[in-house]
Write a protein that binds this ligand. Sequence first.
Ligand code: NAD
Length: 367
Amino acid sequence: MNLSVLILPGDGIGVEVTREAVKVLRHVAEAGGHKLSLNEGLLGGIAIHRTGTPFPEETRQLALGADATLLGAVGLPEFDNAPPEKRPERGLLGIRKALEVYANLRPVRSYKALIDSSPLKNELVDGTDMIIVRELTGGLYYGTPRGISGTGAEERAVNTMVYTRAEIERVAHMAFQLARKRRRKVTSVDKSNVLENSQLWRRVVTEVAAGYPDVMLDHVLVDNCAMQLVLSPKRFDVVLTENLFGDILSDEGAVLAGSIGMLPSASIGAKRPSGAWTGLYEPVHGSAPDIAGQNKANPLGAIGSVAAMFEYSFGLAEDARRIYGAIEEVLNSGRVTADLKPAGKPAQTSEVGDAVCAALSARAVSA
Ligand code: NAD
């Protein structure tokens, strides 16, 4: 296959983890006899520095022309007080919208080797295996009117939470289809006791569920869901929710996986004529300014995002499984970064990327 991938390292540890993810991408493409063509583009703080905008037109064009995009992370402390349109994070919203990737899939599973890294009791976490499906291009993050106006005591800020039936239907279908490949259970999360927006969400999800009689549906209020995620994580299979709630709940999921550095994500939208998804792949974490430039960041979330790329955008599920297997092998070896609290000296970011490639090579030899 010809695989064309746009790489957007972004800011901070985004650059470091992406470098390791690209090593794995090259390795797997070569082993599978695929022709890989890579382009690199600017997004976030580095794009503001070089071009004055967080999402340059050139990046948009490169992303639209690629089969898939691999993103590191964006965000630099120097922009913390900048107006929203001048912040690196606006680049993230821009590329998601440009690619129309309306569903963000975040698998959260506990690995045996990491069970002690979670602050939760082992018996609570062991066996956790869920996927959070977050609506990504609607809701409060995009709704208008928005902005800050007025002065003094009259200064006010407005954001608007909007969802249309069509936006809810398409992401709900995605969740039910995923559930059919898993344990056939969807938990839809909303705040329908307070928000009209959530009332529509609940009604539409219930209607969509009627087309999937083999999948169980339950509804949970977001505040209860936040509690259930740490009290009883094994009860969840597919968690379906809107943009803001999904953003918050998926970080909570990091506690279950042992570290936020472990979590990959796939943002997918329209299907191409080949049947593969247009996709944006990125670890869940941010640019982590506190450890940036120190070769300390855990690259496994970014590497897992490459596995998701093989699965969803290239339709190469076997290659994806090999990458997940290599990640597990590295975890079992104990050569992991400091966030996973290894017994011995922590490994560096680059050592972990090399170890995943070595595990992949060893698997190829034994296969
Ligand atoms: P963060 O995810 O960057 O960091 C939170 C904590 O987790 C930090 O202590 C950090 O050191 C640690 N951490 C994160 N990723 C890690 C990894 N791979 N390995 C080891 N430790 C890791 O979140 P934050 O501190 O709230 O945000 C920092 C910047 O990142 C902000 O500018 C924020 O807007 C941005 N951000 C970007 C994204 C994205 O690009 N998708 C997501 C979240 C935050």
